[in-house]
Design a protein around this ligand. Structure first.
Ligand code: PMP
Length: 359
């Protein structure tokens, strides 16, 4: 293949890398440990949806039934919502709707990679405001950057992946008021924080786009369902850009079925939050390890960089795969651990204690 065939941005494209999995305890992707289809009432709802399922018919382009279920859950109107194959697809569609080559995109760093990946592919200029020590977002720096750069799009991940930190809704309102461009607030983990969502503000701020996903608290990462909420005018434009049948009908039907039974899922979420606090507290007592407070279903921890290889390998030997940030200069010696069950967390902890005891 000739390199000249490629779009310029693709020639130097650094893709998002999904780690190969050999371990049986996989806590590197912030998945939910629970299979929600195994909950009897959800299973019943899912089976009923399957029994009337018609694979020969194209899906509804705007996922009407799912939109209704999402509207019931979020309180936004169906016309203020748009669903797709996970949050990733909605990030991509949104970028494709609004970005021209050379436009500025503002991020805080470190954060979820897909904003930079997507913006870079479109030839946008990515500007970053680094977190303050302790991985607290530089709120003043972000506001200053918005005012100074007036980016086409500003991304705020809330709570943030991988640091777990939550921004207040009032700070995000300051950003929305300061920005002439769009502010994209990624609330993939907001169900674990249970507060400070800006979703109700889409009627007040026509430049606000909120992202949510069913991959985390709802336990549907494999089904692929994410959605954005925004002013209708924004939803109409992103809907023009998306593929007509982007979201398959099976996902539309099953995601709606799960949403109708969401009350059954919230106790799982509450259990994960309690387990996160237990694990966080336990890690705080391990010498040589820093653990950052988190409002999500994961914890960011950090050790001296020269211990990181040994620790990662020790977890692997114990059949545990965590997320490592080996080549990220903003996250030296850092690991992200998805909080799952007490058993797995205890195994994670015991390896951590053992390796750090040897330090
Ligand atoms: N936003 C954030 C912050 C995430 O961590 C993820 C998942 N890793 C997503 C969006 C996208 O998730 P999905 O495509 O599974 O909905």
């Amino acid at each position: 293949m000739k390199t000249e065939w490629l779009r310029r941005e693709v020639r130097q494209f650094a893709p998002y890398v999904v780690a190969p999995i050999r371990e049986s305890r996989v806590i590197n992707a912030n998945e939910n440990y629970a299979n929600v289809f195994a909950i009897p009432s959800i299973r019943e709802e899912v089976m009923a949806a399957l029994s009337s399922y018609q694979p020969q018919i194209y899906p509804k382009p705007l996922a009407d039934g799912l939109r209704e279920a999402l509207s019931d859950y979020t309180g936004s109107a169906p016309e203020e919502l748009l669903a797709g194959n996970g949050g990733d697809e909605m990030i991509s569609y949104t970028l494709h709707t609004f970005l021209n080559e050379g436009d500025t995109v503002l991020l805080h760093a470190p954060t979820f990679d897909m904003y930079e990946v997507g913006a870079g592919l479109l030839g946008a200029k990515v500007e970053k405001v680094r977190d303050l020590p302790g991985y607290r977002r530089d709120r003043k720096g972000l506001l200053d950057a918005i005012r100074r750069l007036q980016p086409k799009m500003t991304f705020l991940c809330n709570p943030n992946n991988p640091t777990g930190e939550l921004l207040s809704a009032s700070f995000i309102e300051e950003c929305l008021a300061a920005a002439e461009g769009l502010v994209f607030v990624d609330e993939a983990y907001m169900e674990f924080a249970q507060e400070e969502s800006v979703l109700p503000l889409i009627r007040k701020y026509p430049n606000l786009i909120v992202l949510r996903t069913l991959s985390k608290a709802f336990g549907l990462a494999g089904l692929r369902c994410g959605y954005i909420a925004a002013d209708r005018a924004i939803i109409d434009e992103v809907a023009k850009v998306k593929n007509p049948y982007n979201l398959n009908s099976l996902t539309q039907a099953l995601a709606a079925a799960v949403l109708r039974r969401r009350e059954e899922i919230f106790p799982i979420r509450d259990g994960i939050v309690a387990e996160r606090e237990r694990l966080c507290e336990a890690i705080q007592h391990v010498r040589g390890v820093t653990v950052y407070p988190s409002r999500t279903n994961f914890l960011l921890i950090q050790v001296e960089e020269d211990r990181a290889d040994e620790l990662f390998e020790a977890w692997r030997q114990a059949d545990i795969l965590v997320k490592r940030y080996k080549d990220n200069p903003l996250l030296p010696g850092a690991f992200r651990i998805t909080v799952t069950t007490r058993d797995v967390d205890d195994a994670v902890l015991s390896v951590l204690k053992e390796v750090m005891r040897r330090a």
